[in-house]
Design a protein around this ligand. Sequence first.
Ligand SMILES: Cc1cc2nc3c(=O)[nH]c(=O)nc-3n(C[C@H](O)[C@H](O)[C@H](O)COP(=O)(O)OP(=O)(O)OC[C@H]3O[C@@H](n4cnc5c(N)ncnc54)[C@H](O)[C@@H]3O)c2cc1C
Length: 537
Amino acid sequence: MPKQAKTCDVIVIGAGAAGCVVAGRLAERSTASVVVLEAGLNDFDPLIHIPAGFAKILQKDWHVWAYDTALQKQLDGTTRRYRSGRVVGGGSSINAMCYVRGQKQDFDRWQEAAGEGASWDFETMLRHFRAQECNDTFHDRFHGIDGPLRISLPKGINALNAGCLKAFQEAGLPYNPDYNGESQRGVSPVQGNYADGRRCSAADAFLRPALRSGRVELRTSATVTRILIDKGRAIGVEYVSRGKRHRLFAGQVVVSSGAIHTPKLLMLSGIGAADQLTGLGVQIRHDSPEVGQNLADHPIVPLKAFCRDGFGYQRSAQGLGALATGLRYLLTKTGPAASNAIDTVSYFDPQDPAAEPSIQCYHAPIISEDGLSPSGKQAGVTFELVVLQPQSRGSITLGSLDPRAMPRIDPNFFGETQDLDLAVKSVRYMRDVMTQPSLQRILTAEVAPGIERQSDAELAQWVRRVATTMWHPVGTCRMGADDRAVVDSRLRVNGIENLRVIDASIMPNITSGNTNAPTMALARHGTDMMIDDLCLA
Ligand SMILES: Cc1cc2nc3c(=O)[nH]c(=O)nc-3n(C[C@H](O)[C@H](O)[C@H](O)COP(=O)(O)OP(=O)(O)OC[C@H]3O[C@@H](n4cnc5c(N)ncnc54)[C@H](O)[C@@H]3O)c2cc1C
């Protein structure tokens, strides 16, 4: 440590899903003093806490980092809107709250990547999933009830989603009460991070109790611009807050800025592909060619159908209906605003009905242009088809040395043709489900892709036009046992001491489902390893 005095034991960069867990676990298990630096504001906006408020937040671009992707070759050379949380709680404060663990094989692959002697296998991760949960329904080998993170099942299922539940079964997919249990396969009610009509973000579950310990300090509107590195060791950070530049020193720096900003910050600090960074004038601290590479994200394809009037939430989310929904929520904390309003989901493999799922499909009971809020008067449903284990990989690259500039984000959707083929097959599968009796009596017409599109080529063309992001970027600081991995199996940044990455960017492969729950679980595991390694307990 050079002349500057250490100001705390651990700096956590980012109070997002992972950063809140890191701070929470440090407060719970260690005596370390911790400062959490968050670029966004505190989570005082009531819309963050009203479960259905996320649709409004995203529509208005509040509390988000807003960017567009690079031109996507396989999406007809167009860009896509990309967002991530910029507020205390990060993504967990603005996301759709769907709680999904993923499949056993996802974590087997993490274990394989982490190498012999490492502990990222399914059973290890299951321990962390169980420990984080306060589940309102399940208490078994797969679920806990004593953790701080509240998880609920919908309190009642609307008639349109009830029709979906039955139609999938008529098509041969079994009812599965718990997709976070033994198997993901089936049609199920959606588990969500909310309870008693209120979102339960990572800030609610983990950060707020940590702040009460007195050992954790949160600084908001504090954007870290650089990690300070001296003789191969991280010694602190430089950050900007309300127009002023500050420096903060610590024994350990943890980067939890998410899969877009973590690689950006590492690159700005001289950790990345030397040939690219030298060209930009960055002083190289460690040549780590895969920083920003291996970006995985779930592409989503919205298939839409109109239904008979009175079904779904088209009316209750607009005009006078929205007013009534809001009033009901205020008075009783019930109704569509008290949950994420997506009551059911299905997981299946359109190629092999008995196999573990390759497709996730949310049954959103609205017709929507932006995928979030209803558009138009006519009632309908949007089947959000998601490729669960995409093979395509993209990248995050630095375009400029200006820390305020966004990096170049290239998810490379459908870069591998099998992802596109699978998406097309999932559309065909859904068409079969829509013709089953329980949906046939509700649905009136397919809106998109529309029955005029029948051949694989026509469907593929449509998929390329409408596919977009599910907002699940991961993998850009890949964990691995090999030389090119960005972090090792204990999440230490290779080549730099006293520096760790703990967030979605370390995932070697994307999990089969929404990424918030696995990010929090991996953060708990990573923090435990840090506490043990540094003898902080
Ligand atoms: C619109 C949307 C909907 C989603 N829906 C779901 C869902 O329903 N279910 C689900 O499981 N997942 C969902 N996700 C994904 C989930 O939210 C993310 O996987 C999760 O938040 C990732 O956690 P993280 O800690 O890696 O990053 P984040 O939660 O993004 O946290 C990173 C934090 O770091 C801060 N930060 C970044 N750079 C800096 C800097 N330089 N200095 C200081 N602070 C910085 C950011 O402001 C942010 O608060 C959704 C995501 C989005 C965007």
